[in-house]
Design a protein around this ligand. Structure first.
Ligand code: ADP
Length: 357
């Protein structure tokens, strides 16, 4: 009763139209996106099924159900995220311009010795914008974007993992240029232990074969972006394949200021530029996600002061503005989530294995 879609499902479980059909069943074209996605929440904005996997000859030898599921579950079209929405991280942005955006615009220039590496690893503390930057690349590039979260791969889909990796790369190849974003890559490719399960070893090997193929085949235009909060768990074989290893650190003061400014654009507020600058100073050590929580907490304060009946009747324009004191109480409730010891570990891994900039 296992459903292979869980594997490729981006951090969520949901039922699929394909449930109940055998693996060798004939491919059935889904009727429509909404019919197949009851939650509606992660539905791609485009209908990937329009690509009709069954008519792509390069996919004909593969399990049609798996192809269909990967196509439907992993191909994401995010709402537009601009480079300016990602605060700081200038080096990561310019690396992606050079390795993805420009080569897609001018493949004739970026070939041979100028061909960009196929594997990029983003590592750093949780909540620093690794996923955000991947989504930004997805919306800025014209590549087909596959987003997979393999955390359940080794535990739940042991037998199918190898086949899924093979199918994923085949589907990506059929939709080139393609970007495969793999969150929590450590859960898939962590160091081999003695008691490692045979099928998870096979899965990893398959992943390496596919990555190596994508890296060496000049005609392949598939890019793999891995993200991890635990780079220490990746062994030499994995590091070697992710040629560019980019540290995504906590936001610096200016980036924190930008995050506050961006989020405050959505509400009425009375904070001066100096106050926002002061807040950015006060939040040293906060991650981007912590900053997000802080601003959300502060933004809720004007609503918290209202009674239920006021909330019921108040005109949105008349809501009290968010003030500096709302942020001061938010600071009491939202603290930083990454410890200095954690940072030290990332910094020392970066010194040994990261790209220097
Ligand atoms: P990660 O993948 O590194 O764990 P995410 O990219 O999922 O972190 O970040 C979580 C949230 O935190 C984002 O959706 C965004 O709201 C906020 N955030 C994190 N980093 C940044 C950043 N550099 N600029 C703007 N917002 C950020």
């Amino acid at each position: 009763n296992q459903n292979p879609s869980d594997l490729m499902n981006y951090g969520k479980k949901k039922s699929l139209g394909g449930r109940g059909r055998g693996v060798n069943a004939k491919f059935v074209q889904p009727i429509g996106q909404s019919d197949n996605n009851p939650s509606g929440s992660t539905a791609p904005a485009v209908n990937p099924v329009a690509a009709v996997p069954s008519v792509l000859p390069s996919l004909a030898h593969l399990d049609p159900l798996m192809v269909e599921q990967i196509t439907r579950e992993s191909m994401h079209k995010y709402k537009t995220i601009a480079w300016e929405d990602v605060a700081g991280l200038e080096y990561a942005k310019s690396t992606f311009m050079e390795t993805i955006i420009h080569p897609l615009q001018r493949p004739d220039l970026f070939k041979g010795v100028r061909r960009p590496p196929r594997g990029v690893l983003l590592f750093g503390p949780p909540g620093t914008g690794k996923t955000l930057i991947a989504k930004c690349i997805a919306s800025q590039s014209r590549a087909t974007f596959f987003s997979i979260n393999p955390s359940s791969l080794t535990s739940k889909w042991v037998g199918e993992g190898e086949k899924l990796v093979k199918t994923l790369f085949a589907v990506a190849a059929a939709h080139q240029p393609a970007i495969i974003f793999m969150d929590e890559v450590d859960s898939l490719l962590s160091q081999r232990s003695d008691n490692e399960h045979e099928s998870s070893r096979r899965l990893k090997n398959e992943f390496f074969i596919q990555l190596d193929g994508a890296a060496t085949n000049e005609d392949d235009n598939i890019m793999i972006i891995g993200a991890t909060n635990r780079p220490q768990e990746l062994d030499e074989a994995v590091r070697r394949r992710f040629v560019r290893r980019l540290y995504v650190p906590l936001p610096v003061t200016q980036a924190r200021q930008q995050i506050i400014t961006n989020l405050l654009k959505q509400v009425q507020h009375s904070l001066s530029d100096e106050q926002i600058e002061g807040l950015a100073e006060l939040t040293a050590g906060y991650s981007g996600a912590d900053m997000d929580s802080l601003c959300r907490y502060a933004a809720m304060q004007p609503l918290r002061s209202l009674s239920s009946s006021q909330i019921d009747s108040i005109d949105a324009q008349q809501l009290p503005a968010v003030t500096m004191s709302d942020f001061m109480s938010a600071l009491q409730h939202v603290s930083k989530s990454v410890s200095p010891e954690d940072i030290k570990r990332y910094v020392s891994w970066n010194e040994i294995y990261g790209i220097k900039y």
